[in-house]
Design a protein around this ligand. Sequence first.
Ligand code: PXL
Length: 283
Amino acid sequence: MKNLKRVAAIHDISGFGKCSLTVALPILSAAGIETTVLPTAVLSTHTGGFTGFTYRDLTEDIAPITAHWQSLGIRFDAIYTGFLGSFEQLDLVSRFFDIFKTNDTTILVDPVMADNGELYKIFSPEFALGMRKLCEKADIIVPNLTEAALLIGEEYRPGPYTETYIEDLLKKLSALGPKKIVLTGVFFNDETLGAATYDAATGETAYSFERRIPGYFHGTGDVFGSALLSALMNDFSLNESAAIAVRFTTSAIRKTAAAGTDIRFGVNFEQSIPEFLRDLSLH
Ligand code: PXL
């Protein structure tokens, strides 16, 4: 039996719509990772396409929760952050990193703030600068192409992309601080879609693609990030982990597209978990 790894997952809980903690917790747990959750807000649904959602901000609870865990001497193998709702939350999470980061802790920041060339409605352009500061402290970041452009202050470019463009982006992102980059939503043609990885320590770039399923599906970034971290915590390399996450996310999207579910309702990752665990057991 391998030792159980422990992750602190810092995201909101959107009750309906399958993203953030309602995705991270089941995926990490299924992958055999002990998951400690720090909910940053409770919403009735996510903000992508629903109107009238409730939003209970939990910013005030972050410092006391952090202090309690510190008093208990809890250690984390990884800290995984996603959707954060304000500058204050970015600061509190940055402090959380300072407290809990050890030489053996992997900080994975998913700079959730934009997609398809647009910032999510609830964020201002300045928010991207705050998110960049948080990314500087990360070991690994997982931006999509829109978030990547915002982080390095460049104009968003719709695809298809070229290897030259992607590799330039990866290096610029790594120059912000994180040694490992996983860029999602990469495509060189209309048939395939996937992720690019870059490891500054080795200078290696790698790609993982699956057949593209037309359409936009909500919550896929969180499914991807959770699967990536699950694989990393199961000792897969960065490239192998990205490949596993691409396969899992694509499998969930395929089931969702076949069912014709409202895209706001999230993807059917649950029924792809057995396949995902088979991939993880190949080690
Ligand atoms: O999946 C990212 C996400 C997480 N949490 C909330 C969101 C979104 C994306 O829209 O609105 C509340």
